[in-house]
Design a protein around this ligand. Sequence first.
Ligand code: PLP
Length: 392
Amino acid sequence: MSTGIRPAARVRALPENFFGSLDRAVADARARGVDVIDVSKGDPDLPTPDAIVASMRAAVSDAGNHGYPAYAVRPALAEAIAKRYREDHGVDLDPDVQVAAFHGSHEGLMAAVLSLADPGDVVVVPDPGYPAYRGAAGFAGARPHPVPLPSALGHQPDFASLATLDRAAVLLLNYPHNPTGAVATRTTFERAVAESTRLGAAFVNDFAYSSLGFSARPLSALTVDAERTVEVSTLSKTYNMAGWRIGYAAGAPDLIAAMRAYQAHAFSTIFGATQDAAAAALAGDQSAAEALVDTYRARRDLVVDGLRQQGWDVAPSDGTFFVWVRVGGDDVEVAAHLLAHHGVAVAPGSGFGERGRGRIRLALVHPLPRLADLVARLAAARRTLTATPKPV
Ligand SMILES: Cc1ncc(COP(=O)(O)O)c(C=O)c1O
């Protein structure tokens, strides 16, 4: 007998988790015995550096971490975040009021949108872009409004397309950019701040790939503005700590205060040991994080050069660990074909928005020999796909 209970409208309205359905397709193929090369998700393959693991061990053994932690970010972690901004970006932050910590940047992004957007408000999101932005807008009862990132503009925003908007609560960008691998120009951030000012919006830059720039250290939006801007970042990618669930936000004190207030009520507190280990990671020796950039650069070169030699149309990737490939035709069908016939799991571009249609995203989360195998499999795939759908 049915209880008549149904989930709340905000849950009923949720799209199926994009990455969850990819996981299921990969698991099914593996269950059929297929040797799948899974490049569908941005889950780092390398372990967390030993020194950070050692800090966590010590922090877990500290009985002082076994009780409830304080709501506010620990001072040592706030200071470590401020230190990275000072040393890496030349940005001075007040750790008392300009920094917050979250269980990963996903939660930080939720806190940003939910603490700044009211029902009916507009949240400008990049298209293509990380699917969670639209989910966050939906939870807030806000309307996601895509700003296109055309390849002709090097995947920088087409701000002219926002001319019809006269108000928004949040303008959200993400550089270095998932899924295209584009990095921001200073002009992009200057125009984003100007456009946010015109719209009365907060500017949020998702800086999850803050350390992964191949030509230069990625630009922080806080070098342009810290009055209406917050940047959300994470330890997941920089230190291979995706499973640890720790991230942070930095920037305008008013916005950080709103995010902290939302977080305390919605997500409560963060395990003290995780905060201690994160502080050690951010404040300590950065050589492992720097070496990781070289690792991903070599992987990028192998895959981008290899695919281009085969005639694939590959976007220039100057940051993140993603490669964005135009396939033409229906990207969902192409992805299904690659999994079924070549044992390659990719993310179909349409999961990132309208402007992702006809593209696929590859994540460089395997060692070079496995990526060489990927390139070889995609060479075979290109031959079979050249009929229909046709790569362009
Ligand atoms: C652009 C972007 N933002 C945020 C996240 C969330 O990362 P986390 O919650 O692990 O910090 C990801 C993860 O892949 C991402 O690609």
